[in-house]
Design a protein. Structure first.
Lengths: 149, 259
């Protein structure tokens, strides 16, 4: 039995490799950012909507936390650019409250992790909660300042 | 009819002529969808038509155990209200909105009113969102300003007009297609969060709507249920935001240059 092997050019191999990477990235993005449920009955958590704004001086993280109990809100840095947001709900929410009857489970906490893409002074964070919106202000690290002569 | 990329409005009951056609489409803060949903329950509007298209994802929406199309038209003798329960894909929006406006033209609608939001970066600091108005022709702008009569009516209080700037998304197209077809069209846009569901902005738009069309809507329930709506609307808001970013919605923040 003989096999005919066609030698593929380096360009074909690179192109195939790049396509595979692109597909993988697309799949992962879809999985993690869009196509995963916004709820987790195992941990009894709901994922809030979040936003990250970057200005020249600071990074502002906001999260929409309806039903959140103000005194239970926690914003914790997990490392230099990852923050964890947690808040207990004023009351437990079950699927039926959301109009869903074919799932089981109830939720007591909002939980999400937010990545900040620039260096920040994580210990100098200022936190406020108004009209159900959490706002975390983080000053940006100023490493290099170029003086104008 | 072509087998691909078709959009057709399927009427389930007879459609009144010379009605008001309202649009409550997914956009910033889901203001239009939240307002439309409240109108449907408050005014007990019935489904009068649905949109059959292969431009939307392959899905149906289940309500009380029966399937419904995600893009539907509700109404009564005077009102028609087009509302979508799914984020409209950016690449389908032209064809869908054009078909809806063309259908409205066939039904000889009296006026088209889009209800929605305008992204406002400091929305969190605003307790009473302002509602701005836009119109498809200069005569209607003057009417909204309270300067002239239109169809025998004059407004007691002028609207604040959105004078300069960019509009992006479904309502930009409604205005464009209505302008091209000489259909009178108005847009009422409340200051809203860009990507957080904003029931308060929806309530403000509905309050102002009664000044444009003869309809009174009690918004107390809408304000009362604000937290519940924000909780339920997270998923559609997330998907809408994704489509809005494909439409380059952030251009609405840009300062235009007129030459």
């Amino acid at each position: 039995m003989t096999f005919e092997r066609r030698r593929r050019s380096i360009f074909e191999l690179i192109s195939e490799y790049m396509r595979a990477i692109e597909e993988e990235i697309e799949e992962r993005l879809r999985e993690f950012f869009v196509d995963h449920p916004s709820w987790n009955p195992r941990t009894c958590t709901l994922e809030p909507l979040c936003n990250v704004f970057i200005t020249p001086d600071e990074v502002v993280i906001t999260a929409d936390l309806p039903y959140a109990e103000k005194d239970t809100i926690e914003v914790k840095p997990l490392n230099n650019n990852l923050f964890e947001i947690k808040a207990k709900l004023k009351r437990k929410i079950c699927f039926e409250d959301l109009g869903i009857t074919h799932q089981e489970g109830e939720f007591s906490t909002f939980y999400c992790q937010v990545r900040v893409p620039v260096a920040v002074e994580k210990e100098e964070r200022k936190i406020s909660f108004k009209n159900g919106i959490l706002e975390v202000r983080l000053p940006r690290k100023k490493k290099h300042e170029i003086k104008i002569e | 009819m072509s087998l691909t990329n078709y959009v057709r409005v399927v009427e389930r009951t007879s459609i009144p002529s010379s009605a008001v056609l309202l649009f409550g489409m997914p956009d910033v803060g889901l203001v239009g969808v939240i307002a439309a949903s409240h109108m449907i329950s408050e005014l007990k509007l019935e489904e009068v038509a649905y949109i059959d298209t292969d431009l939307l994802p392959p899905m149906i929406v289940l309500h009380k155990g029966t399937p419904h199309m995600p893009l539907r038209i509700f109404g009564n003798k005077e009102l028609l209200l087009a509302v979508s329960e799914v984020a409209l894909p950016a690449n389908a929006i032209h064809r869908i909105m054009r078909s809806l406006v063309e259908w409205g033209e066939q039904k000889n609608v009296n006026i088209v009113v889009s209800i929605g939001g305008i992204p406002t970066p400091n929305r969190q600091e605003i307790n009473e969102p302002k509602v701005f108005a836009i119109a498809s022709n200069p005569q209607l702008v003057q009417w909204l300003e309270g300067k002239i009569e239109w169809q025998g009516r004059k407004l007691d209080k002028p609207f604040e007009i959105l004078r300069e700037g960019y509009m992006v998304g479904p309502y930009a197209l409604v205005l464009q297609y209505c302008m091209q077809r000489n259909i009178p069209a108005v847009g009422l846009l409340a200051q809203a969060f860009y990507n957080y569901p904003d029931p308060h902005a929806a309530a403000m738009v509905l309050k102002e709507l009664s000044r444009v069309v003869a309809v009174e809507i009690d918004v107390s329930q809408l304000i009362e249920k604000g937290e519940e709506i924000r909780l339920k609307a997270r998923d559609i808001m997330k998907r809408t935001e994704r489509e809005l970013s494909k439409m380059r919605k952030a251009q609405e923040y840009d300062i235009p240059l007129y030459v």
